[in-house]
Design a protein around this ligand. Structure first.
Ligand code: CP
Length: 353
């Protein structure tokens, strides 16, 4: 039975006053990074499938552009008017699909959305190669999520318009990593873009997850390696003996990350500045919960100033009791994804406004 006496029905919904909407940090980020569009020109008409395609300068400039979109919406001149996004999500999504579509709409474009592969020729055995060939004629950019890690590469073979990987099985989720880094950069505006950082100021980041089987964690670690100069230690918290895929840890360490494995979350929390947690890995047509014994709640021994990031959707590992605490940066992370995706889309289509 629906509760029709819910007090929210009688109340006017409150608008947040402007000064608490968090514009100060993205504004400070715009000021901290000198504008240089040259690194973004290398993204024009390029497919995006992996986090390792990005340079440090590209990420800094994307973050700057995202912060401009976030703080100066009046500057957006609808540069994608007349352009069509093909949004193909063959696996469930709340944030990635809707934030990509929101980003495209805010830039003035139109969208064709596929949320069920059975509604396309896939149901009749049509190959992604052939579907890609058709999409060339229908739109200007494809965003694809598919539980098969090979699908994005198969479609890429026949596409002459750019494609963005919005999550391919357990492999990669590069635009989620961009959103994660954008949240970190807003947390400490001006910090991550410094070329050199005093060792005593570096941050310690804890990641609860399995980098070998979680696309969000794999892509995030790849991007964090570009910021190793700002990270004193990366603590990987997992109850698996070897949570990395073959060669992954060595590659990250060669790139500069100082990695330590740990099994106790509560044992590490008092020393962490950032806690990133995820327990879901999408495997085949279903999801698997990994490390579900790890949980964060109001009683967790977090540093008072520590922030929590989570790619969401959350499960029991992240108690909603933390939502109204200063540790909650996961909602800002999801919100910022819209602006980061606007920055990426406008760079690929060379429409900086
Ligand atoms: N973070 C993320 O990929 O969320 P969705 O599955 O809702 O897109």
């Amino acid at each position: 039975m629906v509760n029709k006496s819910n007090p929210r029905l009688k109340q006017q919904l409150e608008e947040q006053p402007l000064d608490t909407q968090g514009f100060d940090r993205p504004r400070a980020l715009v000021k901290a990074i000198d504008e240089d569009l040259a690194p973004l020109l290398d993204l024009v008409k390029r497919p995006i499938v992996s986090a390792n395609q990005f340079s440090l300068n590209q990420i800094l400039q994307l973050a700057r552009l995202a912060a401009r979109f976030e703080t100066q919406p009046q500057m957006i001149t609808r540069p994608l008017t007349g352009k069509i996004l093909i949004s193909a999500f063959y696996e469930p999504s709340t944030r990635t699909r809707l934030s990509f579509e929101s980003a495209w709409h805010r830039l003035g474009g139109d969208i064709m959305s596929i949320t069920d592969p059975a509604s396309t020729g896939i149901a009749k055995g049509e190959s992604l190669y052939d579907i890609g060939e058709m999409l060339n004629h229908y739109g200007d950019l494809v965003v694809l999520r598919d539980s098969d890690e090979h699908s994005v590469y198969e479609m890429l073979e026949s596409l002459r318009i750019p494609i963005i990987n919005a999550g391919n099985g357990i492999d990669e989720h590069p635009t989620q990593a961009l959103a994660d880094i954008y949240a970190l950069m807003k947390w400490k505006p001006g910090f991550f873009c410094k070329p050199e950082i005093d060792p005593s100021d570096k941050v310690r980041i804890g990641i609860v997850g399995v980098p070998g089987r979680m696309r969000t964690v794999r892509s995030l670690l790849t991007m964090l390696a570009l910021f190793s100069h700002a990270i004193s230690e990366l603590v990987l918290i997992s109850d698996e003996g070897d949570p990395f895929s073959d060669g992954q840890r060595a590659e990250l360490e060669t790139a500069g990350l100082n990695i330590r494995l740990a099994t106790s979350l509560d044992g590490e929390l008092p020393g962490l500045d950032v806690v990133y947690i995820n327990t879901i890995a999408w495997v085949g047509d279903d999801y698997e919960e990994l490390g579900s014994r790890y949980k964060l709640d109001r009683k967790s021994p977090l540093k008072p100033e520590a922030i929590i990031l989570h790619p969401l959707a959350r499960g029991a590992e992240l108690d909603p009791g933390l939502d109204d605490t200063p540790h909650n940066w996961y909602f800002a992370q999801a919100r910022g994804a819209v602006f980061m995706r606007m920055a990426l889309l406008s760079s690929i289509l060379k429409s900086f406004t």
